[in-house]
Write a protein that binds this ligand. Structure first.
Ligand SMILES: Nc1ncnc2c1ncn2[C@@H]1O[C@H](COP(=O)(O)OP(=O)(O)O)[C@@H](O)[C@H]1O
Ligand SMILES: [Mg+2]
Length: 404
């Protein structure tokens, strides 16, 4: 019950980020629910625009007293944790259209076949730092055609085929796909291929088949196959025939044998395109590839800002941080922000004094965190040197040459 109210209020707060009263109220509930760290971020946001707020300071102090996220939020079964006398009904009707209904009966929408739910992620393309070239390609290859059926007809562009994103781990392939989902709303199916693989003989193929059936009935849509190497591995590498038939099934489905794939755009991602069966990359299948590289300095600054947006920070020199994080992936940067917050939190717990996250927390974190993409670079170098006869990794080779 409490959790649901918190969810509703969270949605209301993100719809009206400047409503400090609402935010304080949410922070109060979070503290009561034992979700201190989240409460701190809200209290800090209030403090940032109203440094004198006694209520915010008080909440901050209470939040610091509660143990950090270690244990899951507790939802008291029957006893409302809020101060007595608060009029919940009035509050809920005040929130009005800002939040969705608490209950739906599902009669209006078909839930569709089970595990591949059509998602609506909260991330938008604007949240993805850098990668402007990649975003442009995504826009041209399917976002624009998807949005403009008339233009599609005019230019005779069919909405099918696919695009394979590849690059070092943690540089935003999955994140980018989620952002595309955010742009497209319902028309996005996200599948991690590990979910499709099944140890029972024959089940994996059936899963793949079912997956494409769902996609075709949801057309026009984007089907995102994450971690493609888990399934689309070189057939020669797969000793067990089970895996081979799964790849074959995937090939059949991509070709749309016996059915029409019009309106199904396949977006796939992998860290190791060299382990992906070349047959998957022939024309009409995943025929275009796009290299997603680690963020440059500007992009790193943007990513850092995104990750610090909702945290209580003070005088953070993102420019200097961006300079000091050469070679970091997006995930490394996210990890850096996480560690800096942790440092500030532990310090506050230790001293009993609530304080904002400051540069010294970042310096402390920087001393410990190293870029994580080294091993990938080693492999990529070998591929660019010895396995690039056909020139398919030219852009990778070019980038590698630029790295010292
Ligand atoms: N360009 C980016 N902008 C913002 N955050 C990013 C970016 N790239 C990576 N991240 C952060 O790193 C995390 C891991 O990235 P992910 O997309 O899962 O990497 P992968 O390329 O391995 O799929 C993301 O959840 C996000 O927090
Ligand atoms: Mg990924």
């Amino acid at each position: 019950m409490d959790d649901r109210l918190i969810d509703s209020l969270t949605a209301a707060v993100s719809a009206a980020p400047d409503d400090l009263t609402l935010r304080l109220h949410l922070a109060g509930l979070l503290v009561d629910a034992g979700r201190g760290p989240e409460a701190i971020s809200h209290a800090a946001t209030v403090l940032a625009s109203d440094p004198g707020s006694a209520e915010a300071r008080d909440l901050m102090a209470r939040a610091m007293g509660t143990p950090p996220a270690a244990d899951p939020p507790v939802a008291p079964a029957d006893e409302p944790a809020a101060p007595a006398g608060f009029d919940w009904r009035a509050a809920e009707s005040d929130l009005g259209g800002a939040v969705g209904p608490m209950f739906v009966d599902g009669s209006t929408e078909d839930p569709g076949p089970a595990p591949y739910d059509v998602e609506s992620a909260g991330v938008r393309l604007a949240d993805v730092g850098g990668l402007s070239e990649v975003k442009k390609r995504l826009e041209a290859s399917f976002l624009a055609p998807l949005r403009n059926p008339e233009l599609r007809a005019l230019y005779g562009k069919s909405l099918r085929g696919g695009l394979l994103l590849y690059g070092p781990p943690g540089c935003g392939k999955t994140f980018l796909a989620k952002a595309v989902a955010g742009e497209l709303g319902a028309a996005f199916l996200h599948v991690s291929l590990a979910d499709v693989l099944d140890m029972y003989i024959g089940q994996s193929e059936r899963n793949v088949k079912e997956l494409f059936e769902v996609a075709r009935t949801s057309a026009p849509c984007v089907l995102f196959l994450d971690e493609l190497d888990a399934i689309g591995g070189k057939r020669s590498l797969n000793r067990s025939s089970g895996a081979r038939t799964t790849v074959n099934q995937l090939l059949t489905e991509l070709d749309g044998v016996g059915s029409d794939n019009e309106g199904v755009f396949v977006l796939a991602a992998t860290n190791h395109p060299w382990d992906v069966d070349p047959a998957l990359r022939r024309p009409g299948r995943l025929d275009r590839t796009l290299l997603v590289l680690p963020p440059d300095r500007e992009a790193r600054e943007a990513i850092l800002r995104t990750h610090l947006r909702d945290r209580p920070v003070e005088r953070i020199d993102t420019r200097r941080l961006a300079k000091a994080t050469e070679g970091f992936s997006g995930a490394d940067l996210a990890h850096l922000c996480e560690s800096a917050s942790e440092n500030a939190l532990m310090d506050s717990v230790g001293s009993g004094q609530v304080r904002m996250i400051a540069m010294r927390d970042f310096d402390q974190a920087l001393a410990e965190i190293r870029p994580s993409i080294g091993p990938w670079m080693e492999t990529a170098r070998n591929v660019a040197l010895y396995a690039n006869a056909s020139g398919e990794y030219d852009d990778l080779a070019k980038w590698l040459r630029k790295q010292r």
